[in-house]
Design a protein around this ligand. Sequence first.
Ligand code: NI
Length: 169
Amino acid sequence: RIRIMAIRKILKFPDQDLRTKAENTAVFDDELKILTDDMLETMYSVNGIGLAATQIGIHKRVAVIDISPEKNEPLIIINPEVEILDATKKEDYDEGCLSVPGFFETISRPSEIKLIYKNLEGSQKEIKPEGLLTKVIQHELDHLNGRLFVDHISQLKRRRIRNKIVKQK
Ligand code: NI
């Protein structure tokens, strides 16, 4: 059976659907594989480095990430949990988001974390990421909790971004 991957529509801030908290996934089946294939295709089509299911209106705790230059090292994380290993260590990074296109803001996040997640087969995995990956993981986890990177900046700045995006529509 051949199935062509589909590019899904990415919801844009301030869409209220982006505020929904996603549910854990208990079933690791073909449907989940199709979802993650589509998410990767969608993310690559717009040169993204991370995409959460929430951003395409699917409220499952699933995210895809690929920070490799060649875009050939996909990381699929299901039911992810982040443990902060040292709350005193933080790093700044200029974050953007496919749901907030064209805007970048400096966000400070913990730099020492552990990620616990399930892979597509439902096996438990654990990694201690470094550098950019720590930021992307926390950004995607925010999405699954109904949060956006603009929630980390001032209300004034957030409202300005919101108004510009609404005007573009
Ligand atoms: Ni995002």
